[in-house]
Design a binder for this molecule. Structure first.
Ligand code: ADP
Ligand code: ZN
Length: 732
């Protein structure tokens, strides 16, 4: 074929291929394949793009038909494993679903060239057949150490044999030791499925049996493991992991929070004898390159990571576990807006492998999918080993108000005192960083606001700053009011964790307290140490933000106090009830995990509120039933579909006008309506004004086509205007 064409037109008939390049392009670009080069779909290649050279992937499908003579040639085919067709279809799917350019999605799956070229072998020493002319005791020790078949570094061998480096060098000169090239060490050791098989409870065993049976289907459905905190979900999905590893497949475990990975890796190690590879923003670039490559080659069998791990080029992925599947951290909200939980389900569908979603407080979406049979549903309603769930009560703050200037009710303070006397731990939870969320001038009423965002500045007394939690703006804590100049009349309004810590210190000056919050000095490392200290009983009272809500196991913790259970309720977002329910359930679930009797108290001004009542009843079903009925009535997800269009610009009028024009371009359809434009929930962020359009459709509506038509027929963004599309937005 090639030859006949060459004869016909008398030109070297070069092939052309589509290449997906990592830029916001709607379709792959065409490139010529130089004579003698092989470029098959999935190959990672280097191509010229404008003045740059970029890494791209040879795509499937047709090229756009431009003659090869007019195309620039591929520069290089990287010597790395090809991106599988399954992965490429996944990238196409995510792009189509999120209405993102596929090039940007592909970029999430690509790494720097250092990951794309083979890892360089390392040099090592190994014993030859020759022996030294003269044997000494030192030489003998070296030969004995080197005789174990491993390859040694010079200094490593000298150190192991307890001799100086010159002894080793002498043996190299006499050809007793030779330098060999050894393959690079794998990033992690292979997990051993039989390393420490647990004794499962009967409930766990039947859950594992079901999971294994589900996984054997030719097109497995996802499974929701819905079990109270401490019910042993991790133990259960580990056995599903073991099953898939034994079947020769790779596994991926997604976790919502980096701070959680340390304990998780240890748990994995005690079950499988080695740690999984880690993948998140805290992993060094070099390690990420290594992991990327070894996941692609299949050397790495198990990965634990953040949402972005979903775009690793697994060679034979056979299971994804999404732990704490309800967590909002799975939603990425810049560039490509995607929910890793939902995309994991898609990836499993394309690869015909099982996906396990685990949570003590499943998202409404997953619960409905389980109720309707779209997902398998496994329930673990009791704690492992018979540990009781905490007794949960509310403290009606109207009847038991705190002292002047305080935020803790005398009832809660009394409970903390008793817990201290029993030498057990208390946790005070408040989802607010810093000292106070608002600073106010008592003379003129001036409020300190962020110059770039529509938000108050939060006082961080420990750092001596006012900070914006949206853009990072900060300024030294003021002494005088910038408006009226009054001195000593600035008041802190409302509590943050630092202020609660101050109050705790006042009441319990001798107690050992730890404040846990994501802005703690010292970052993730310090946080890990603090978590360990708490688990080891080195703190009496822990005061923390939502960082403490997730997954940790604190055996001595028997009292949980929610400082402001109403926070987050009634801010107008229909999803607020779900979020608050999940958060409060997770936090109260920190108590009593080791079997000691435990209690949780919710400080509230509205004990009748359905969310508060559901938590206190201890029966999550009352919440789920009500919330699901409510969503169904309003046609909200998962009974209807939503998309948000966020229009932002440097000037308010620009953003508003563009949003209005977009709204006018909305096609009239019976089953889809457009709401807005309205100011986005945060109207000004980082100096950009934001307006939002909400597209609301029925469950069956093709909301993507609709939004795509709005964008196509609507005005093109000009000047500083930007439009972001968010399919299935988090808040609505
Ligand atoms: P969940 O993930 O549901 O919150 P975990 O899997 O963390 O629960 O289990 C809760 C506690 O019970 C952990 O300390 C865990 O080590 C322990 N546990 C669970 N299952 C077993 C088991 N089969 N054998 C021994 N300990 C177990
Ligand atoms: Zn700001």
């Amino acid at each position: 074929m090639k030859d006949s064409r060459q004869l016909q037109i008398g030109l070297p008939a070069t092939e052309t291929v589509p290449v997906m390049v990592p830029v916001p392009t709607p379709r792959p670009y065409s490139y010529a394949v130089p004579e003698g080069m092989q470029a098959r779909p999935g190959d990672v290649v280097q191509v010229p793009l404008g003045p740059r050279q970029v890494a791209g992937v040879v795509w499937h499908g047709e090229t756009d038909g431009v003659a090869s003579a007019k195309l620039r040639p591929i520069t290089h085919v990287f010597d790395c494993p090809a991106i599988s067709e399954e992965m490429r279809r996944f990238i196409d799917w995510v792009a189509a679903y999120t209405l993102s350019p596929p090039g940007l999605v592909a970029r999430m799956a690509l790494r720097a060239p250092a990951a794309l070229e083979p890892e360089l072998p390392e040099k090592g020493l190994r014993l030859t057949e020759s022996r030294p002319e003269r044997m000494t005791a030192a030489r003998e020790r070296v030969i004995e150490m080197a005789g174990d078949g491993f390859s040694w570094t010079k200094s490593g061998l000298a150190h192991a044999a307890g001799v100086s480096a010159s002894v080793v060098e002498g043996l190299v000169k006499q050809d007793v030791l030779e330098t060999v090239l050894i393959p690079p060490r794998p990033a992690v050791a292979e997990p051993d499925v039989g390393y420490a098989e647990p004794e499962l409870s009967p409930a766990q065993r039947s859950a594992v049996e079901e999971l294994v049976e589900f996984a054997a289907a030719s097109q497995p459905k996802p499974t929701l493991i819905d079990g109270v905190t401490g019910s042993g979900k991790t133990e259960v999905y580990f056995e599903a992991v073991a099953d898939r590893l034994a079947a020769g497949r790779q596994v991926l475990i997604l976790l919502p929070e980096i701070a959680l990975t340390a304990t998780f890796l240890e748990r994995f190690e005690s079950r499988f004898g080695s740690r999984p590879a880690e993948w998140h923003s805290d992993v060094t670039p070099r390690m990420r390159e290594k992991v990327w490559r070894q996941v692609a080659s299949g050397e790495i069998r198990a990965v634990a990571g953040a949402r972005s791990a979903l775009f690793l080029p697994f060679r034979e992925l056979g299971l994804i576990v999404v732990d704490e599947e309800h967590d909002t951290a799975y939603k990425q909200e810049d560039r490509v807006h995607y929910n890793a939980r939902d995309m994991a389900v898609v990836r499993g569908h394309l690869g015909r492998f099982p996906v396990v979603l685990a949570s003590a407080t499943p998202s409404i979406e997953s619960r409905v999918n389980a109720d309707t049979g779209k997902y398998h549903h496994i329930r673990l309603p009791e704690r492992f080993g018979g540990a009781a769930l905490p007794d949960i009560d509310c403290i009606d703050m109207r009847r038991h108000p705190p002292d002047r200037g305080g935020f803790l009710s005398p009832v809660l303070i009394g409970e903390i005192r008793q817990t201290l006397e029993r030498e057990e731990q208390s946790l005070l939870f408040l989802n607010r960083r810093g000292y106070a969320p608002l600073t106010l001038c008592r003379v003129c009423g001036h409020r300190f606001e962020c110059p770039n965002c529509s938000a108050w500045l939060v006082e961080h007394r420990f750092r001596g700053q006012l900070q914006c939690h949206h853009c990072g703006h900060h300024e030294p804590a003021p002494e005088a009011c910038p408006e009226c100049g009054a001195l000593d009349h600035l008041v802190a309004c409302g509590p943050g964790v630092e202020r609660i810590a101050e109050e705790v210190d006042r009441h319990f000056p001798d107690a050992r307290t730890i404040v846990l919050s994501s802005d703690m000095l010292g970052g993730v490392k310090r946080l890990r140490l603090e978590l360990e200290a708490i688990a080891n009983g080195e703190a009496d009272i822990v005061i923390g933000t939502q960082l403490v809500a997730k997954g940790h196991n604190f055996p001595l913790m028997t009292l949980v106090g929610i400082v402001d259970a109403d926070l987050g309720l009634g801010n107008g977002d229909p999803r607020a009830a779900e979020r608050t329910f999940q958060l409060l359930s997770q936090v109260t679930g920190r108590a009593g995990r080791s079997g000691r009797a435990s209690r949780a108290f919710l400080q509230t001004y509205q004990p009748q509120h359905p969310v508060i009542a559901a938590i206190i009843s201890g029966d999550p079903e009352t919440f789920y039933e009500r919330e699901i009925a409510e969503r169904e009535r309003a046609g909200l997800p998962p009974f209807g579909r939503l998309a948000a269009l966020i229009v932002s610009a440097a000037h308010r009028s620009e953003a508003e006008n563009h949003a209005r024009d977009l709204r006018r371009a909305a096609p009239g359809l019976a089953d889809i309506r457009v709401l807005g434009p309205a100011e986005a929930p945060l109207a000004l962020v980082r100096g950009r004004y934001r307006y939002r359009l909400l597209v609301h459709g029925r469950k069956q509506s093709d909301i993507q086509s609709y939004v795509a038509r709005m964008i196509e027929t609507g005005p093109k963004p000009r000047g500083s205007v930007r439009v972001q599309i968010d399919i299935d937005p988090q808040s609505f």
